[in-house]
Write a protein that binds this ligand. Structure first.
Ligand SMILES: [Zn+2]
Length: 186
C-alpha cells in the first residue's frame, strides 16, 4: 500500500549499505516534482526557509511516532501535539458525491499551496494511525536503512524495505556474525 505520509517519511534517505550517507530529499526539486504529481499536490517550489523547517520538523515528529509504534510504546505528547498543529493546516472539507452504485466522499481543497501540503501529509499520517492495523507499520530492520513501510504480507512477516539488496545485505551480515560467534566459541 502506497501512502502519502510514508512516501514523505522516506524523504529522509539513509544509505542502507552503511556508508553513513544521508540525503534530505526535501531539498531536491526532482523529488518534490514526483511527490506532488503522485499525490495531486500543488505548491510553488522551493518552499521558503520557514516552510522547509516546518516540513522537516513535521517529518521528525512523525518519525518519532513511527519509532514508538514499531516498538509498541505510546507516542510522546510533544510529537502528537506537533501532528495536531500540522492538521490545523488542512484547509479542506469533505463533499458528498453520488456515484453509479452509491455515494463517495471527496475532499475539496480551499487553497492550494504549502499549508495544504503540510495539512495533507499530517492528515494522511493521522488516518494511518487511527484507521489501519498498526502492527503493519514497520521500519526496515537494517539499522543503516530505517526505511518506513506498511507490511501487507498475509502474516505480517516482512522485516525489510522493498529494496531486495538491503534485506540480502543484512542476511549476509547476520550469517557472518553467527559464523564468527561460532568460530570464537570453539
Ligand atoms: Zn532497508
Amino acid at each position: 500500500m502506497e501512502l502519502l505520509c510514508i512516501d514523505f517519511l522516506n524523504s529522509d534517505w539513509r544509505d542502507w549499505r552503511g556508508s553513513g550517507r544521508r540525503e534530505d530529499r526535501l531539498l531536491k526539486p526532482e523529488w518534490w516534482e514526483r511527490f506532488c504529481e503522485q499525490w495531486g499536490l500543488e505548491a510553488q517550489y522551493p518552499p521558503d526557509a520557514d516552510t522547509l523547517s516546518a516540513l522537516q520538523n513535521l517529518r521528525a515528529h512523525m518519525r518519532a511516532v513511527v519509532e514508538a509504534v514499531a516498538a509498541e510504546r505510546p507516542p510522546e505528547r510533544k510529537d502528537l501535539d506537533a501532528l495536531n498543529r500540522a492538521l490545523e493546516h488542512a484547509l479542506s472539507h469533505p463533499r458528498l458525491a453520488v456515484t453509479a452504485d452509491g455515494f463517495r466522499l471527496e475532499q475539496v481543497v480551499f487553497a492550494k499551496g504549502w499549508p495544504d501540503v503540510i495539512g495533507r501529509i499530517a492528515e494522511s499520517f493521522a488516518r494511518l494511525l487511527a484507521e489501519e492495523d498498526l502492527r503493519r507499520l514497520k521500519i526496515c530492520d537494517n539499522d543503516d536503512c530505517r526505511w518506513v513501510f506498511f507490511d501487507e504480507s498475509r502474516n505480517r512477516v516482512r522485516r525489510w524495505c522493498d529494496d531486495k539488496m538491503c534485506g540480502n545485505l543484512l542476511k549476509v551480515r547476520r550469517f557472518r556474525e553467527r559464523q564468527k560467534a561460532k568460530g570464537t566459541s570453539v
